[in-house]
Write a protein that binds this ligand. Structure first.
Ligand SMILES: [Zn+2]
Length: 102
């Protein structure tokens, strides 16, 4: 197990972990439940983190995340829960609904 990165929120951490899993890299989200008590502990310790199961996957995982971040930036509103989704994602990170097709 090796720490990959800290995510700004649990939804994004889970999304990245899912995407990496889809790319064949075993990951897990740590401190996922610390978010609920943010304010009682230092904020930098309340951030969820994405970890890779195997340290040797770390570089590939970071390269993939980098690639995903370079994809065209999109902003769309989920038709199911009205969450605003930003970035190269085709699924709502709040409820998992697919991006509406134009
Ligand atoms: Zn949604």
């Amino acid at each position: 197990m090796k720490k990959l990165l800290a995510a700004p929120n649990l939804a994004l951490a889970t999304l990245w972990a899912d995407q990496l899993a889809g790319a064949g890299i075993a990951t897990s989200v740590q401190r996922a439940y610390a978010c609920g008590i943010a304010g009682q502990i230092p904020p930098d310790q309340a951030m969820p983190e994405v970890w890779v199961e195997h340290a040797e996957d770390r570089e590939q995982a970071l390269a993939l995340l980098d690639e995903w971040r370079k994809l065209p930036h999109r902003v769309w509103a989920c038709t199911s829960c009205h969450e605003i989704v930003e970035g190269p994602f085709e699924q709502c990170w709040n409820c998992g609904a697919a991006m509406p097709r134009p």
